[in-house]
Design a protein around this ligand. Sequence first.
Ligand SMILES: [Zn+2]
Length: 294
Amino acid sequence: MGPEHPERPDRIRAIERILEHERFQVLLREQAPYGERDAILRAHPEAYVAALERAAPTEGIVELDGDTTMMPATLEAAMRAAGGATLAVDEVMQKIVANAFVAMRPPGHHAERATPMGFCFFNNAAIAARHAQKAHGAERVAIMDFDVHHGNGTQDIFWSDPTVMYCSTHEMPLYPGTGAASERGEYDTIVNAPLPAGANGDVFREAMEIAILPRIEEFAPDLVIISAGFDAHRLDPLANLRLVEADFAWATKKLMGIADRKANGRVVSLLEGGYDLEALARSAAAHVMTLMGT
Ligand SMILES: [Zn+2]
């Protein structure tokens, strides 16, 4: 994204470093492949993908919006983020692995059908959900997004799709400005639980318990996708919630419980935001440890 941008390569380095710990050595690790064009086209129109390809510079930086820029390697990273998401879906749906976490960047949940924004180009969670449906026969997919920002892009893509439930907790008011509880989608499958600045883990857990978890349970998804942003952490510089690692682990465990009861345990988790490197690494580690069942 360019120098001094919060969405930076060190984010993935910090996660990779903490996952080198002995307790994670049993994990199967794979390099994210390039995304298949057909998989990306299930969430974005052809003209949008072509426009991004045209915009991608061979040198220097081009600005797509005030905080979303492309460098020569950006398109490959975005393609591999999408490819990592669909590979995770493939392996979870084929029972090669019980669940999967994709430490990817750029993130995806702000990318709308035909608009890149908020550091996002391809909506990885949307691509993953549609891939589970089209390539693996999943009927219903639930996406839980606990990134501190509202996933306007994911909401946009599934607004009129009753087969995908999109749920989000997020600080409000905050970028991007969407995500009021009254935004429920054409088929009441969008579930927004905005939280006020300063809200801590107790407030987050209560919102999950009351507004979100019963809705996902009732929806009975065949796959649970987590848009796992860790910028609701109290140390994050981009927002003002006060979650800690244990809150992310708690939410992960609750979602795994629903997946166990409704979806044969199938969970695919995709990294979104998280901009304090220490908090990001520790939160991702707590999240992955929970996914491992430890
Ligand atoms: Zn975020």
